[in-house]
Design a protein around this ligand. Structure first.
Ligand SMILES: [Zn+2]
Length: 140
């Protein structure tokens, strides 16, 4: 896996179709190379290619990438367009289990993560730990 040209951290491979869905049209055409996403929250780079002819930073990408955003709204589930704030609200309104949060917010089961999620992966790896953490916070 390639390293981010800006922060030198290892990226995670993503399909070109994922990049194409999130990149602004001003970045077209996208070169046919292997794309990776930089997961470092402090780094401005979102996508880069190896051998490195293309770098897309936050301003080149129209989607809010959860781990790059410090302010609300932070998307949790891209298929169903549920944010961290939606989850917190559902818990404040009384949802006390993962299932109740899922029912109240409609999170999960979208099945289009390869395209809708900017990392091209299932959103559950983001929202499951988040929901569990938020539920635990309130169970003291
Ligand atoms: Zn980086």
């Amino acid at each position: 896996m390639a390293d981010c040209p800006a922060c030198k951290k290892k990226g995670i491979g993503v399909e070109k179709i994922t990049v194409a869905n999130h990149a602004k049209e001003s970045c077209w055409p996208l070169v046919d190379e292997k794309y990776s996403i930089c997961e470092n929250p402090e780094c401005e780079v979102i996508y880069f290619t190896a051998p490195g002819t293309r770098v897309l930073t936050r301003t080149d990408v129209k989607t809010r990438v959860t781990f790059k955003e410090k302010k609300a709204p932070r998307p949790l589930c891209y298929c169903k367009q549920v944010t961290e704030e939606d989850v917190v609200k559902s818990i404040e309104k009384g949802a006390s289990t993962f299932e109740e949060v899922a029912e109240a917010t409609g999170i999960g089961g979208g099945g289009h993560c390869a395209v809708t999620n900017p990392a091209g992966r299932c959103c559950s790896r983001n929202y499951k730990p988040f929901i569990e953490r938020e539920l635990k916070k309130r169970k003291r």
